[in-house]
Design a protein around this ligand. Sequence first.
Ligand code: AOS
Ligand code: ZN
Ligand code: ZN
Length: 390
Amino acid sequence: MTSTLPEAVQGQLASQEIEVPSWAYGNSGTRFKVFSTPGTPRTVQEKIADAAQVHLHTGLAPRVALHIPWDTVDDYSALRTYAEDLGVGLGTINSNTFQDDAYKFGSLTHTDAAIRQKAIDHHLGCIEVMDRTGSRDLKIWLADGTNYPGQGDIRSRQDRLADSLAAIYAQLGPDQRLVLEYKFFEPAFYHTDVPDWGTSYAQTLALGPKASVCLDTGHHAPGTNIEFIVAQLLRLGKLGSFDFNSRFYADDDLIVGAADPFQLFRIMYEVVRGGGLDAATGVVFMLDQCHNIEEKIPGQIRSVLNVQEMTARALLVDRTALLAAQESGDVLGANAIMMDAFYTDVRPALATWRESRGLPAEPLAAYRDSGHQEKINAARLGGTQSSWGA
Ligand code: AOS
Ligand code: ZN
Ligand code: ZN
């Protein structure tokens, strides 16, 4: 346990920002059942208001990522003002080319030029939204892929993907970026058109400096060394953003750090090691989670705190001693330095530090004591609760 955090660690933690996804506040579930939760938002404004609660109690979540069309409104400038009045900004815009019948056999990779154009136009619409919300990043996750060998020509699909992405990239403003997310399976089960970091890297490298890779921690085969990918992408200057979540089996979208806190620590260590905490590196730390059975606002508070705790532990690694141990071939010594930091309970020190910054020592308890949940449970009785997908 450590009772105070070194000054340098405090400095790095003070500038940490985690972006929360609007869809985390809606109801979500599995293909078997979507449970509804009291107080679930009915509008995008209510989702943003919930996200503002997370920031209010943690000081960690100053932006909300939106999803188009789930968060479609008539006036995005007004939505931006609404969010800013609540103390948060609008972050990454997530596109959606996975819910229309037209995209059954692909979107940006489709063999039919008209369907490709429809998907490109959707992204150009997202860029127009970004112009109004002040968002920097357009995040593209594609469901494109095939279920059976021979169903599609894997290679020409890559060529069409490159052409479609180039048409989107050409419309980005000077300060806007594109991040391309990869996922090794689902909903396609045989091949996916952007299955891995290498494909995302190759495609975004061809596009140019405003394009980079989005790493969703749940999108790898079991056993994949994710921190290696983090190190490599940072080394190549192509780690644009994270979608943080955790998983036991597949793309479970559970609370980040819940399934494997040690993995989150190892990832955050490579982030620290690679300069990924510096704003200039441009890495966005976003959550991509669904709260199927737990309350959503506390679920998000727990998530951002988990990231903060593992960041603090990663910052405690004695990198000078580690380097010396590595260079002298001290295998056990080097490993012990990592493990010492990982096993350090930073929670009391973080609580004290939060208080010193005018934040609640225990954000989850503070949220519970605030009575906010009871208030929204009572107020949000009419209308339709939003859900993942609406
Ligand atoms: C899908 O599996 C991905 O993780 C995407 O990031 C997706 O866009 C997000 O979950 C919401 O649409
Ligand atoms: Zn994701
Ligand atoms: Zn996912």
